[in-house]
Design a protein around this ligand. Structure first.
Ligand code: ARG
Length: 469
């Protein structure tokens, strides 16, 4: 990046003294906003075409501008473009280069436009692409979860409340619980996309422009679904970015919850799953270690994404209308969020097929924790015992089991009948783990049959999302 002070700034007309060197470096955004170059060029091309369409530019001027901008895109992509801090940001860097390449015609591009509506447009175009990419990675993860849910529809594990063994559930059912969280995230992404896909261009600096612009034309060129209604709001609004960061924060909160469970499950104490060597790392001192770094880091990154949401909310809270330079600070949190959330989704999606489910251990854990106690209570209720009494009776049986180191299903009929004489031989049908999960056979229940049906429904729901069509 060059920073010669000699470069004439496009806005230098009313100034007599050059910018202080540190001020120049401090206020420049080109170091990070250059990544918007493709969207900046796309926005400029659409703007030039609109200007030609309404007769502000001639067709020939428009042709030269478009060709110049396309050539500049090539220069940037080949790494031949020299970015200059003195030219402040991506917008002025590209515009200055355009004039350098095609001469004075280049100076006409900025007619009826300001960097204020330009930057708002660029960010929206960029976010549109990013949301689509997020949705694609999310979809891969969702499909991974569905694969696991289907393969493990009958695998029994302990279900927890308070992290204490509660009732047996199927592993597939647990995966589908994760999936539901992601389904809501997908809907939120769709909503965020709708809010992003609105065009600020035409608002110019803040009040609109005196040229006979055709905003519908530009919106069509750029594929915007709608046009910002108010020019003051158009250049200052960053709600769409905040909505996306809120969506990303919730998504990360979900990934962090999955991470927490994977970290627990891959410990020697739980030993429910193996995460696959390629997703773990070793210890430099303890030879036996295989650490679940990926879920740990995803869990850790969640805090950073919440931080970015707070940054943007705080950035906006005291700004008077319309554009203020504060808004330049929206970019780094946004970029960092998207880079990281995409990375986390990608890793999670890649990790799903690498997970080995330790079925025997899961089953053993479910068997150990009196997880069919509720089934025994429900059995007593079916035999006419009021639920509160049934609860008490089973509580006593569990106490006996703890003292004698026996699960309910390991007690003899005689032992069980000490607690209630309505208990008969058929009790063993409900005390088995399979009987327990199979009995929860309704929409949203944990029975293997229901899990398989839910997988089929989820596949249809995934196909209905427009963003990944
Ligand atoms: N670099 C600026 C930003 O990111 C572009 C808009 C600057 N507009 C202005 N009037 N200084 O917000």
């Amino acid at each position: 990046m060059s920073d010669e002070q000699s470069i004439d700034k496009p806005w230098a007309g009313r100034f007599t003294a050059p910018t202080d060197a540190f001020v120049e470096a401090f206020t420049a955004s080109v170091g990070f906003d250059r990544r918007l170059y493709r969207h900046d060029i796309a926005g400029s091309i659409a703007h030039a075409r609109m200007l030609a369409h309404v007769g502000v530019l001639t067709e020939e001027e428009c042709r030269q501008i478009v060709a110049g901008l396309e050539a500049i895109r090539g220069e940037i992509e080949r790494g031949e473009f020299t970015w200059s801090t003195a030219l402040e940001d991506v917008h002025m860097n590209i515009e200055a280069r355009l004039t350098e390449r095609i001469g004075d015609v280049g100076k006409k591009l900025h007619t009826g436009r300001s960097r204020n509506d330009q930057v708002a447009t660029d960010i929206r175009l960029y976010l549109r692409d990013e949301i689509r990419e997020l949705a694609r990675e999310l979809r891969r993860l969702q499909e991974g979860l569905l694969g696991l849910a289907e393969a493990e529809a009958e695998t029994i594990m302990p279900g927890f409340t308070h992290l204490q063994t509660a009732q047996p559930v199927t592993f597939g059912h647990h995966m589908l619980a994760w999936l539901e969280m992601l389904m809501r995230d997908q809907a939120r992404l769709q909503e965020a996309y709708t809010r992003v896909n609105v065009m600020p261009l035409g608002a110019a600096a803040l009040a609109g422009t005196t040229y006979p612009i055709d905003r519908e034309f530009t919106a069509r060129e750029l594929g915007f679904d709608a046009i910002c209604e108010n020019s003051l709001d158009a250049v200052s609004d960053r709600d769409f970015a905040i909505d996306l960061l809120a969506t990303c924060s919730t998504l990360m909160m979900h990934l962090s919850r999955f991470s927490e469970e994977l970290v627990l499950w891959s410990s020697a104490q739980f030993d429910f799953v193996d995460l696959g060597d390629s997703f773990c790392t070793g210890s430099s001192i303890m030879p036996q270690k295989k650490n679940p770094d990926v879920p740990e880091l995803v869990r850790g990154k969640t805090g950073r994404i919440y931080g970015h949401l707070m940054s943007l909310l705080t950035l906006m809270k005291s700004q008077p209308l319309a554009y203020n330079k504060d808004n330049q600070e929206d970019k780094e949190p946004l970029f960092d969020t998207l880079d990281n959330v995409k990375g986390c989704l990608r890793l999670f999606a890649d990790m799903m097929p690498q997970i080995t489910v330790k079925r025997e251990n899961l089953r053993e854990a479910a068997r150990r924790g009196f997880s069919t106690a509720t089934d025994l209570a429900d059995y007593l209720v079916r035999k006419g015992v009021p639920f509160r009494d049934a609860h008490e009776i089973v509580g006593k049986a569990v106490r006996y089991g703890i003292d004698n180191k026996k699960d309910l299903s390991e007690m003899s009929l005689d032992e069980l009948r000490r607690f209630s004489d309505v208990i008969a031989e058929d009790v063993f049908d409900v005390l088995t783990l399979e009987g327990s999960v199979a009995a929860r056979d309704h929409l949203g229940g944990t029975a293997p049959k229901q899990v398989r049906a839910a997988v089929q429904r989820a596949r249809k729901r995934l196909d209905d999302f427009a963003l990944t069509k």
